[in-house]
Design a binder for this molecule. Structure first.
Ligand SMILES: [Zn+2]
Length: 274
């Protein structure tokens, strides 16, 4: 091979190698969402067991047809009815903020993206009236040496999903109706911490593994009002938060697109990098 040819071959290999490297770099940046190592389902199933607010209509599934049609094919179809707020679901801003976005109007950018998890289960499992505090957020920040990243979806793990669907353990009561509201006991986010979040950090959405972002004994639902007034949707009755790391994962949370809805059933998954 002549020296010029060798040089040409080398430069070809070199440039090819560079392209490969560039591709490799790009790949690690983009495979996260398109090729996650693990996908965790954060939704509970909808069934007779599904937990609803004590005053809300529960889930019903009625068989329309199930079986052999006699025409050479099998057929199955059902009707279902459900309140918007029950099981794993989303609260749209309009749920507690007049003029706020309804569930079909929530920008997808708020529902898909980077997430963090704050684990308060040690405290919450010992106190059914536990209120997640500002300190719980600042502890996470100190531990991870960073502020809650801008645009995060913030998930709060109380550990309560392990009681689901046992109503007495999960809600504090298995009674239903308006009189049962005062019997509700489960952890939630303190209004002070909700206020701190909207004033000092910039988050896209929030979620937790109890029936409500406000704790069971809440009378005025202040954390709902504070968050939803800032167009921060809330995910409730989440599952499997114990299977998530505390950061470096992504969420896809896609609710049923009910026009004008104040919320709706939510299929939510976490995409893990490792
Ligand atoms: Zn709700």
């Amino acid at each position: 091979m002549k020296p010029l040819q060798v040089l040409f071959l080398f430069s070809l290999l070199f440039s090819f190698g560079c392209q490969e490297n560039q591709k490799a770099t790009k790949k690690t940046e983009t495979t996260y969402l398109t090729n996650p190592k693990k996908i965790i389902d954060l939704s509970h199933e909808f069934s007779k067991e599904t937990i609803y607010w004590v005053t809300a209509k529960e889930f019903e599934l009625d068989t329309v047809f199930k079986g052999d049609t006699g025409k050479g094919f099998y057929y199955s179809a059902n009707n279902f009815t459900t309140a918007e707020h029950g099981g794993t679901h989303i609260d749209a801003p309009i749920h507690f903020a007049e003029g706020g976005q309804s569930v079909n109007e929530i920008p997808l950018e708020k529902l898909i993206g980077n997430a963090i998890k704050i684990d308060v289960s040690e405290k919450a499992l010992n106190n059914p009236d536990y209120l997640i505090s500002i300190e719980d957020f600042t502890n996470w920040e100190e531990k991870h040496q960073q502020e809650i990243p801008k645009g995060s979806i913030v998930l709060l793990e109380t550990g309560y999903s392990k009681y689901y669907p046992d109503k007495v353990k999960y809600l504090g009561t298995d009674l239903r109706g308006p009189d049962a509201v005062k019997l509700l006991h489960f952890p939630g986010l303190s209004p002070e911490a909700a206020e701190w979040l909207v004033k000092n950090r910039n988050i896209n959405a929030i979620g937790l593994d109890t029936p409500s972002i406000d704790y069971g004994q809440s009378e005025y639902f202040k954390s709902h009002v504070i968050l939803l007034s800032e167009n921060i949707p809330a995910f409730e009755n989440l599952n499997n938060l114990d299977k998530l790391p505390e950061n470096n994962f992504e969420i896809i949370a896609l609710p049923m697109k009910i026009k004008g809805g104040s919320g709706g059933p939510l299929r939510i998954v976490a995409l893990l990098n490792n």
